[in-house]
Ligand binder design. Structure first.
Ligand code: FHN
Length: 600
């Protein structure tokens, strides 16, 4: 991590800002933000918490090459908006793209209406990405869409007007530290035009471009949200200077955590959904694999994936900022329009279970997840129970009534207790929606829920105990998360110590019989290793057979177990491990119902 060791004080025209360069530290974008006790922050975030769903757009002159550059894309991914850096395009050459950028099909109202039809309540668009090109009218730099392109219009102003008309909030993305067009910018800087980093003066860059442009954005367009990015090499004083400018120009404007140095209003986990609720957070995710338009990226997430991501994020109290990269013509790729339109259909019928909700009261349930709003819990049922009986765990409050959200008649569903903290609802034979059927449950008072008594396993469901939820008991194994493309399965790995096991705690509300399924991978060196699995009062043993490689996972059935009602532990422990080999890579253990028969 780079540290700048110089002290410098200067005065910015109209603003007395003392920027003293102290050792720069990488901002903790994953650390929790301001304490929730700040009333001004609570007021700022009210609309954002209600929104839950927004459209992210990465749009710039990088849409002209659209991921291709002199054949380099055949050697490596040039990354849409990253193309200048990954292809090391000289500033003078990259600037020529501005002369080709003429998005004549751009229609701000069409974009905003599409976002609204999709159930999105705000948009965040790149006002300036790391390539340094401003997509708005800027006096601070002529390198902008109005002065440097044949388009010569200000799309940010047009979007601001369209958002005002359609009642959608407008936010700007702004990379306030990285800028590959400028000789003084630091962070991941332009080393191919400006190789001598010692000559770079970050304060000169901030003073001449970054700070004035942020001031232009907040005063010219009054955004509801400033979405800063990559704050590397900014000191706390630098970050504070940006906060001060935004608070001065637009006092109600929300600022995300990437302003740097823990000064933001909320967290922005990227491409991953946090394992559990963590205050105010917003997951940003591209609809395909790239943020900026890449003509060869056809890996679009389908509606079921996006809807379930949206629901899972909302069930943890977070927002989903879903990204589309518009083309150089000013249009959305057709596939993106298709997927957004489909999502909008689901939101038309079920948006009430997303907008204005908070994290659901239920713990990890096998059939889906829950959101909540003022006396109503929304059960998002991804996996419909075979016999129409939906087990609802860990809710002590009484159920007043329950109905399918998509049923305009709100026909009452049967609700009975199956334990002192569990309910069972009687659902129609067929799910209301193949992706996520929402059951609304009105309770008598607060849920009085205990998420730790989450329901699993249950005779109606195959319950998966995943590696991420395991507790590793010992020092000779570790949890290894997914790494995009390279490692598609998370797992318990580096499992070399015969004394180290893994365990899951679980509660069974009713008795049931299950087949135990193990999903693992093993290289040849692990052949013959042995382990013992215990679930409740049952013990099963297993031998490791090679699966063809560390990333080749397969599922095997170890045998059947009967689980009695109550709290239990499921453990997997080594019995024999060949010296130097890992026991296996364990992705998950599942309890799959042997029969639907259920003693209730
Ligand atoms: O490098 C950028 C990237 O281009 C994109 O803007 C994402 C969006 O969150 N932010 C940075 C990577 O974290």
């Amino acid at each position: 991590m780079r540290r700048a060791h110089c002290a410098l004080v200067w005065i910015l025209a109209g603003l007395a800002l003392a920027l003293v360069l102290s050792p720069a530290v990488r901002s903790q974008t994953s650390a929790p933000q301001l304490p929730a006790s700040d009333p001004a922050r609570e007021a700022r975030l009210a609309w954002w918490r209600e929104a839950r769903f927004g459209l992210f757009m990465h749009w710039g002159i990088y849409a002209v090459p659209a991921g291709e550059w002199k054949g380099l894309e055949k050697q490596r991914d040039l990354g849409g908006e990253w193309i200048m850096q990954r292809a090391q395009i000289p500033v003078k050459e990259y600037e020529l793209l501005a002369q080709q950028f003429n998005p004549v099909k751009f229609d701000a109202r069409e974009w905003v209406r599409l976002a609204k039809r999709t159930g999105m309540r705000y948009i965040v668009i790149t006002a300036k990405h790391c390539d340094g090109f401003a997509m708005f009218a800027s006096k601070a730099s002529k390198y902008n869409i109005v002065d440097a392109t044949p388009f010569a219009r200000d799309p940010m102003r047009e979007l601001a007007e369209a958002c005002r008309r359609e009642g959608i909030k407008l936010g700007f993305y702004y990379s306030h530290s990285w800028d590959w067009h400028e000789p003084d910018a630091l962070g991941l800087d332009n080393k191919w035009d400006f190789p001598d980093r010692a000559k770079k003066d970050i304060n000169r860059y901030l003073r001449s471009k970054s700070l004035p442009q942020v001031e232009e954005l907040v005063t010219q367009y009054r955004p509801a949200l400033m979405w800063f990015d990559v704050p590397n090499d900014l000191t706390r004083e630098h970050s504070q200077a940006f906060v001060d400018i935004v608070r001065k120009g637009a006092p109600d404007c929300i600022i995300n955590d990437r302003v740097g140095n823990r000064l933001g209003d909320y967290d922005t986990p990227e491409r991953v959904i946090p394992r559990r609720p963590r205050g105010d957070f917003e997951v940003c995710m591209p609809l395909n694999e790239h943020w900026g338009y890449d003509k060869n990226d056809h890996r679009w997430k389908e509606p079921p994936v996006v809807i379930r991501q949206l629901v899972e994020i909302a069930s943890k109290g977070g927002n989903y900022l879903l990204n589309v990269g518009p083309t150089a013509e000013g249009t959305f790729p057709a596939q993106a329009v298709r997927v957004l339109t489909e999502i909008g259909r689901w939101m038309d019928a079920n948006g009430e279970s997303i907008h204005g909700t908070s994290a659901g009261p239920l713990g990890a349930v096998p059939w889906g997840c829950s959101t909540a709003k003022a006396g109503t819990v929304y059960l998002h049922v991804f996996q419909w129970p075979r016999d129409g009986r939906l087990a609802v765990p860990g809710v002590r409050a009484n159920v007043k009534r329950a109905w399918l959200l998509s049923d305009p008649a709100h026909k009452k569903l049967g609700a009975t207790r199956i334990g002192n903290v569990d309910w069972q609802l009687r659902l129609p034979a067929k799910p209301a929606d193949p992706i996520d059927s929402v059951v609304a449950v009105e309770l008598e008072g607060p849920p009085d829920a205990d998420p730790t008594t989450a329901l699993f396993p249950h005779p109606d469901y195959r319950y998966v105990f995943g590696a991420a939820a395991a507790s590793v008991q010992g020092r000779g194994a570790r949890y290894e998360p997914v790494i995009r493309q390279r490692r598609p399965y998370d797992r318990i790995g580096a499992w070399t110590d015969p004394q180290t096991g893994v365990a899951w705690q679980f509660r069974a509300p009713v008795a049931g019989s299950y087949n135990v399924e193990l999903t693992y991978s093993a290289a040849a060196e692990s052949a013959g290793n042995a382990f013992v699995l215990m679930a409740g009062a049952n013990t099963l043993e297993g031998k490791v057979e090679p699966t063809g490689g560390l990333e080749e996972f397969k599922t095997v059935t170890l045998g059947a177990v009967t689980i009695q009602p109550g709290m239990h532990e499921l453990t997997v422990k080594p019995k024999t491990i060949a010296p130097g080999s890992p026991l296996m890579q364990l992705h998950a253990v599942a309890l799959a119902p042997v029969a639907a028969a259920n003693p209730r």
